[in-house]
Write a protein that binds this ligand. Sequence first.
Ligand code: CS2
Ligand code: MG
Length: 412
Amino acid sequence: MKIIQAEVIVTSPDRNFVTLKLTTESGITGLGDATVNGRELAVVSYLRDHVVQLLIGRDATRIEDTWQFLYRSAYWRRGPITMAAIAAVDVALWDIKGKMAGMPVYQLLGGASRSGLLTYGHASGRDNQELFDSVRKHQEEGYKAIRIQSAVPGLESIYGIASNATVEANAGVRYDHEPAQRSAYPAEEDWDTRSYLRHIPTVFEAVRNEFGPAVPLLHDGHHRMTPIQAAKLGKSLEPYDLFWLEDVTPAENPEALRLVRQHTTTPLAIGEIFNTVWDYQQIIREQLIDYVRGAVTHMGGITHLKKTLDYAALYQIKSGMHGPTDISPVGMAAAMHLGMAIHNFGIQEYMKHGPKTDAVFEQSYTFVDGMLHPGDKPGIGVELNVDEAGKYPYQQAYLPYNRLADGTVHDW
Ligand code: CS2
Ligand code: MG
């Protein structure tokens, strides 16, 4: 079953997406997501200039062998660009294998371990009233678990608040709550950790008073704190019983989480920017986290993320796969198949894509009563409509950055 064609398709319906499409000699096609938000064209070049020619003539059924070949032969291992490119090949090969077998990919991974995937949606607001409205809207849409992000008094514009789009300085096209903007330069936002640490516990207190103790609530710190600040936040949020607190410190220093862990029982999630099991090795082994945030798209595909999650399972650590809109429907579907099959599934992040994106990527996954299901079509169950994709050429977009009051650049 030889691969005879490998195409890299860039489309920007509501935002930029990079998709790899493989075709076999018998005409079976497979798709893989290779989107790295804000650096999309680097993966396009990696695939088009260095990988595509290696795939032509290869046996499409040899998924593990192809993964090892691409990872080891490159010599320059890991990193977001390399691992997104390998992920796209890996997922496209799983898609092809599923179609060959006439089975959805989750069947090939061991079959369903559950009837559906618990998801969480993103609620946010400039003040508590706006936040409550956003929580209610998500509950009406069926979401059972909800991420809470709030503006902070005194700060004009911060990550995760949908209303940032209305701030003049951030003018540009913002897709829902997503931070990347179509523009030629990153938007500047502002930050002050002391104000944030004072304000956030009051927001969670208000949300608990309004919505009761049962609803699972999550929060994303987006790498902005020092370990001692993160420890303080975790402790101050304990009364509000979070499902998780995400990315409290910059993810590249795993040791930081030791200190956080020593001070709080608030569950911790990290790793949306990680690429391999090696990024997780220490924090899994030392049980410094509760949820693995890696996405199929950024963690070398189904093959490598499954290994990482199997390792995490030894330590009762669960999945919490990254699923903002910069993961394309192809990447989302791949995550759902993996989530269905593994035993240690925790929760799936899910921000709905826009109608243009849904027209480009025809999906068979469903979202019913707060639960996602990948569907039972053979493969991953997503097809790319080439004509629709062709209507939306790439548009430059940048993620924002933060400055403190004195002008110092800070994690955003
Ligand atoms: C985020 C993302 O979903 C999340 O938890 O932290 O919105 C993240 O900022 C984007 O994926 C960046 O591309
Ligand atoms: Mg996050």
